[in-house]
Design a protein around this ligand. Sequence first.
Ligand SMILES: *[C@@H]1O[C@H](CO)[C@@H](O)[C@H](O)[C@H]1NC(C)=O
Ligand SMILES: *[C@@H]1O[C@H](CO)[C@@H](O)[C@H](O)[C@H]1NC(C)=O
Ligand SMILES: *[C@@H]1O[C@H](CO)[C@@H](O)[C@H](O)[C@H]1NC(C)=O
Ligand SMILES: *[C@@H]1O[C@H](CO)[C@@H](O)[C@H](O)[C@H]1NC(C)=O
Ligand SMILES: *[C@@H]1O[C@H](CO)[C@@H](O)[C@H](O)[C@H]1NC(C)=O
Ligand SMILES: *[C@@H]1O[C@H](CO)[C@@H](O)[C@H](O)[C@H]1NC(C)=O
Ligand SMILES: *[C@@H]1O[C@H](CO)[C@@H](O)[C@H](O)[C@H]1NC(C)=O
Ligand SMILES: *[C@@H]1O[C@H](CO)[C@@H](O)[C@H](O)[C@H]1NC(C)=O
Ligand SMILES: *[C@@H]1O[C@H](CO)[C@@H](O)[C@H](O)[C@H]1NC(C)=O
Length: 257
Amino acid sequence: MESLMFSFALSILLLSSFTLSFDSSTDQNALVSFKNSIISHPYAFNWSQNTSVCDWIGVSCGLKHHRVTALNLSGFGLAGTIAPHLGNLTFLRYLDISSNSFTGSLPSELSKLRRLKVMNAGINSFTGEIPPWLGSLPQLEALNLYSNQLSGSIPHAIFNVSSIREIEIGNNSLSGMLPSDMCNNTPNIKILSLEQNQIGGEIPSNIWKCTHLEMLSLSYNNFSGNIPREIGRLAFLSNMSLGYNNGFGGINISSSF
Ligand SMILES: *[C@@H]1O[C@H](CO)[C@@H](O)[C@H](O)[C@H]1NC(C)=O
Ligand SMILES: *[C@@H]1O[C@H](CO)[C@@H](O)[C@H](O)[C@H]1NC(C)=O
Ligand SMILES: *[C@@H]1O[C@H](CO)[C@@H](O)[C@H](O)[C@H]1NC(C)=O
Ligand SMILES: *[C@@H]1O[C@H](CO)[C@@H](O)[C@H](O)[C@H]1NC(C)=O
Ligand SMILES: *[C@@H]1O[C@H](CO)[C@@H](O)[C@H](O)[C@H]1NC(C)=O
Ligand SMILES: *[C@@H]1O[C@H](CO)[C@@H](O)[C@H](O)[C@H]1NC(C)=O
Ligand SMILES: *[C@@H]1O[C@H](CO)[C@@H](O)[C@H](O)[C@H]1NC(C)=O
Ligand SMILES: *[C@@H]1O[C@H](CO)[C@@H](O)[C@H](O)[C@H]1NC(C)=O
Ligand SMILES: *[C@@H]1O[C@H](CO)[C@@H](O)[C@H](O)[C@H]1NC(C)=O
């Protein structure tokens, strides 16, 4: 009986360590595939497969489970595309690939990153539209796609992420209009930065529902019509730029702001 118990316990132990190593090898496979689709990396990548991924430069892991929780490769001088395998890093909370020379699109497999809070892909050369699946990441707090070559309109779904605090998508080629219900589901947003695009139409009057808004940057776009009076209800708004648009009327900017 005792030996039965022992072998039972042993098999549980083996099973769980097998699961653990299987999961970390998923992370290693994902990062190796990611690295293989990088065509140029001027700095040394010490991503040697005989060391733990947790010791690789730019990679951080959770203390308990040793799964990859953060990838910070900002300013590494990387060029290439993003491998879909990155979506297998299911424990990832923080992704910063900003200030590199990545091209192509953000693969839809990244929608599997259900724990992601920060997505920073700013200052690269990504093309295509802003992927609508970003709006299905349930914990997303910061989205930075600043200074890429993204076109099309801002997907409505982005304004459905109630955890979102920052949207920075300036200096792209975005067009279309802001959805009229854009602040209904994003009460926590503090930074909305859309400057240097071709976004047009009116500023939605329900902008006052973004009650925590601190920074609103809409300059160098194609906005027109009235500036909604409701903007005056935003108690935390301290930094707003509306210049260089298609003509605003109805309000005396110099006396109100
Ligand atoms: C790990 O692999 C590298 C080559 O990728 C080799 O140079 C190094 O000696 C290996 N280290 C160990 C501890 O096996
Ligand atoms: C890789 O480089 C980083 C930063 O220099 C260092 O902290 C880490 O220990 C290195 N890892 C390996 C496996 O050499
Ligand atoms: C990511 O890396 C950049 C550059 O090395 C650094 O400035 C930044 O603080 C890092 N972010 C985090 C969250 O560690
Ligand atoms: C990881 O992702 C790729 C591409 O999205 C997929 O083909 C692969 O089967 C995934 N799973 C593992 C365990 O690597
Ligand atoms: C805007 O993006 C272009 C490339 O798309 C870049 O050359 C330029 O420096 C960026 N401007 C700012 C102010 O970041
Ligand atoms: C936003 O969320 C609501 C409720 O969860 C859903 O019914 C709606 O389809 C979503 N809209 C978009 C554009 O994703
Ligand atoms: C700017 O908006 C006007 C209408 O107000 C429209 O006719 C024009 O095509 C827009 N320009 C761009 C570049 O979207
Ligand atoms: C407003 O935001 C812009 C862009 O981030 C920044 O350069 C500027 O210093 C800010 N102004 C104030 C008064 O905080
Ligand atoms: C706008 O406000 C400024 C400062 O209060 C005032 O001098 C100016 O006459 C106003 N302009 C109009 C068109 O009301």
